[in-house]
Design a protein around this ligand. Structure first.
Ligand SMILES: Nc1ncnc2c1ncn2[C@@H]1O[C@H](COP(=O)(O)OP(=O)(O)OP(=O)(O)O)[C@@H](O)[C@H]1O
Length: 240
């Protein structure tokens, strides 16, 4: 069943067309990653899906009652204002202490509810944002560069957590990432965006496509080696 169907979508800022003729379907339970250079329209596409931007043309159809959880690219918090984990989790809606605790656990982080946000590591903070998006038990989880600022290990751990969440909730995941090597291991499908969709398909198919190679060169060779290991149980498994 389709959760989301995007048809002939154009989005413009002023007279400047940022997304052109986007067609995209999402099914329950799949992990789809959008890759593309800076300014290629990735965030604009996610914001259009959550309804924060109005398209110039085209349609975005959502399954009836679709619940979307959104982890934004950045969350600017005033470092001088005290803010506890519990308070952040209750913005903008109140949730029970039990629900907050189970969302944090599901996101793989267990800070004390009265811990200060400013005292969390980058990885813990990203997981608190993920937990916040999980509070509504989403059918579709949307993440915009959720691993920005994390080191390689933190990133790999974070994406493993996303796979666990997908398994537990059965939700679809649509995410933007610049981490090509991790994307290749985690995603069912990759969409390569540069104002319009240049290529799309399985990670291996996209990585082999001329459009993708023209955009990203061959920097992903290590990542593809890891990816192949991942899918070839007889060869060496990638190191965690
Ligand atoms: N609110 C806005 N007003 C005007 N132009 C905008 C606005 N938001 C985005 N843009 C422009 O739209 C284009 C696409 O931006 P977008 O943030 O979607 O790209 P992106 O692929 O997510 O980039 P990055 O990888 O750097 O995050 C850019 O040229 C950007 O300057």
């Amino acid at each position: 069943m389709k959760l989301l169907s995007i048809d002939a979508l154009d989005v413009a800022f002023g007279g400047h067309l940022v997304l052109e003729d986007i067609h995209l379907d999402l099914a329950r339970g799949e992990i789809v990653t959008i890759v593309g250079p800076n300014g290629s329209g990735k965030t604009t596409l996610l914001k259009s899906i959550i309804g924060a931007l109005t398209p110039r043309r085209g349609r975005i159809e959502k399954a009836s009652g679709l619940v979307v959880g959104y982890v934004p690219q950045r969350l600017h918090l005033d470092a001088t204002l005290p803010m506890t984990v519990s308070r952040l989790m209750r913005l903008p809606r109140r949730h029970s202490a039990h629900d907050i605790e189970s969302a944090l656990r599901r996101a793989g982080v267990t800070p004390q509810a009265d811990s200060q946000i400013n005292d969390l590591s980058g990885g813990q903070f990203q997981r608190v944002l993920l937990a916040r998006a999980l509070l509504s038990s989403p059918d579709l989880l949307i993440l915009d560069e959720a691993t920005q600022g994390l080191d390689q290990q933190g990133m790999a751990d974070f994406y493993r957590q996303i796979e666990r969440v997908r398994q537990e909730l059965g939700c679809a995941v649509l995410m933007v990432s610049h981490e090509l090597h991790v994307v290749m291991r985690t995603s069912d499908r990759v969409i390569c965006l540069n104002r319009s969709i240049c290529c799309a398909g399985t990670p291996e198919g996209v990585a082999a496509s001329p459009a993708y190679r023209a955009m990203f060169g061959h920097d992903d060779d290590d990542g593809m080696a890891l990816y192949r290991h991942h899918h070839t149980p007889t060869s060496l498994e990638p190191s965690p």
